[in-house]
Design a binder for this molecule. Structure first.
Ligand code: PXL
Length: 281
């Protein structure tokens, strides 16, 4: 019996050697879910930017050449998934990739910061630049810090109602996104990943129990599982559900492990639970 070729995901993220995040999370997660990752690396770093004294190289020039080559190869991707961009000049490369691959599912994670602040070395021009990609995105996945940076609202984790969540998600959709997820949203009833599509009348929510540990890279983990599900045609609701459960599971497993949080979650231990392309195991 003939086999269908694996779905392809062009993944625009950095390669940070130490501290699981970006491509070191995106590639194993999507591979485990049965999709082929085609990386477009935005930068190489000796460790992610929460570590000090890192070595880093920006790959903007390489990205342009890489895209030109892919265009000559006439490639077609099932999805484009963009995350950490090293500088504002990289936005035009991502825009061109998204415009070229119009039929691909477009996941734009505007990776810029956490805990109310931009990541070290992130340009203050990035929020406006990331916003300019939203019109090309099927889904955007900011956290609360990125939401504040994108909208210019003050960063605050005060508990909010579901109708406040709806207003905030609608704001992201008015920026051009077809649907939006806000991760780790502080609802009055507890934390949840909240989501809304342009055609929906009601906010979706996937509540989770807050665990007392904060690992860098969990946003990438969440968005990678989401991207894997959407690439295989799952609904946004199913995709958010599975991404929420798997991210929580990876954090829970890691908390039993005596390793500093900056090294990231014990993805390798959790990964077998993702095997198989789809579903809500
Ligand atoms: O997980 C987000 C992320 C991605 N890439 C780099 C980072 C971070 C967060 O710190 O530093 C380089």
């Amino acid at each position: 019996m003939a086999m269908n070729p694996a779905k392809t995901v062009a993944a625009v993220h950095d390669l940070s050697s130490v501290g699981r995040c970006a491509l070191t999370v995106v590639i194993p997660v999507l591979s485990a879910m049965g999709a082929q990752v085609i990386p477009l690396p935005t930068a190489v770093l000796s460790a992610h930017t929460a570590f000090s004294g890192i070595a880093a190289r920006d790959l903007t020039d390489f990205m342009r050449d890489c895209l030109l080559h892919w265009q000559k190869m006439n490639l077609r991707f099932d999805a484009v998934y963009a995350g950490y961009l090293a500088g504002p000049e990289q936005i035009s490369v991502v825009r061109e990739l998204l415009q070229w691959q119009k039929d691909a599912v477009a996941i734009v994670d505007p990776v810029m910061g956490d805990d109310g602040a931009l990541y070290a070395g992130m340009s203050p021009e990035m929020p406006a630049m990331q916003r300019s990609l939203f019109a090309l995105a099927d889904v955007v996945t900011p956290n609360m810090t990125e939401y504040a940076l994108l909208t210019g609202e003050d960063y605050s984790l005060r508990p909010r109602t579901l109708s406040e969540a709806a207003e905030m998600l609608k704001k992201l959709i008015r920026m051009g996104a077809r649907s939006a997820v806000i991760t780790s949203f502080p609802l009055e009833s507890g934390p949840a990943n909240v989501f809304l599509s342009r055609e929906d009348s009601q906010v979706g929510l996937c509540p989770f129990e807050r665990l007392p540990a904060h690992y860098p890279g969990t946003g990438d983990l969440f968005s990678s599982v989401l991207a894997g599900e959407l690439t295989h045609g799952s609904s946004l609701e199913d995709a958010v559900g599975r991404a929420t459960r798997f991210t929580r599971r990876a954090i829970a497993l890691s908390m039993d492990c005596p390793v500093e949080v900056n090294y990231g979650v014990q993805l390798e231990t959790a990964l077998p639970e993702l095997l198989g392309a789809r579903g809500s195991r």
